[in-house]
Design a protein around this ligand. Structure first.
Ligand code: NAP
Length: 247
């Protein structure tokens, strides 16, 4: 059984990815930050369907906590799966902020940087010794790296950095057979940045070739499929999953 660690699995895209990976037979370690109940509910849903999962607390913005998290992952892998290592890492956790460049504070900038670029960098570094050769890393970036969207400059800049980092991960981890790709969602119906209202959704749908916003499973399915052996020759790519967003 392959085992995947998904950050931010308590809701949204991470939760969908956890359920989709479990439905394809993977064991899932999902993390939560402020919503333990959401994470426990996802674990319960996976177990009800006959799968195996565990939830751990993690603040991706606090890299000083990563070595303790690694110890918890080691304990969990041994207790739940009788294993010392895992196969896949999905750096998904994140949050949005709408603020023009002219008024973004240094604290807002640093917060986004810590969660969207520094966190995935050092979490991957910390967990890599526990990842099996032949594994895979998937980083969640954003279509805002391609389409400039006023109000999300720091977020999009760090996602752009994560997209570049993905290629460097592929370069440096390839000798262990570890692939690294990123997924750039278009507009997906989650609670990110406060979620969608009717007017915002209508605008985003009109900007999407397939005429609607995405649902979490539109992305969760692609996460599971890019991790799977069928995608074994896809490496160092950024895959936009947005139904044709602003083309
Ligand atoms: N939805 C979209 O349209 C869209 C588009 C492009 C990119 N993305 C990216 O996709 C990823 C998932 O977003 P989503 O739409 O699923 O958002 P969401 O519904 O708001 O869920 C965010 C998830 O990230 C976790 N999280 C937030 N801050 C965290 C932190 N500091 N440390 C650890 N976990 C943290 C949350 O955990 P708790 O609930 O436990 O706090 C939650 O599980 C993000 O990286 C986002 O930037 C989303």
């Amino acid at each position: 059984m392959k085992i995947v660690i998904i950050t931010g699995g308590s809701r949204g895209l991470g939760r969908s990815a956890a359920l989709q990976c479990a439905s394809r037979g993977m064991g899932v370690v999902l993390t939560y930050n402020s919503h333990p109940a959401g994470a426990e509910a996802a674990v319960a849903e996976i177990e009800k369907a006959g799968g195996k999962a565990a939830a751990l607390a993690l603040d991706v913005g606090k890299s000083a906590s990563f070595s303790v998290f690694r110890d918890q992952v080691t304990e969990t892998l041994g207790r739940v799966w009788g294993r010392k290592n895992f196969d896949y890492l999905v750096n998904n956790a994140g949050y949005g902020l709408f603020e023009p460049i002219t008024t973004v504070s240094e604290a807002q900038f640093d917060g986004l940087f810590n969660v969207h670029l520094k966190g995935p960098f050092f979490l991957t570094q910390t967990l890599l010794p526990l990842m099996a050769d032949g594994g895979a890393i998937l980083n969640l970036t954003s279509a805002t790296t391609r389409v400039a969207t006023a109000g999300v400059a720091p977020y999009a800049s760090f996602k752009g950095g994560l997209e570049v980092l993905t290629r460097y991960m592929a370069k440096e981890f390839g000798e262990r057979g570890i692939r690294a790709n990123s997924i750039a969602p278009g507009a997906i119906r989650t609670e990110l940045g406060g979620g969608l209202n009717d007017e915002f959704e209508a605008m985003l749908s009109a900007q999407t070739a397939l005429g609607r916003v995405g649902e979490p499973d539109d992305v969760g399915r692609v996460v599971a499929s890019l991790l799977s052996e069928e995608s074994a020759w896809i490496n160092a790519q950024n895959v936009e999953v947005g139904g044709g967003y602003i083309i």
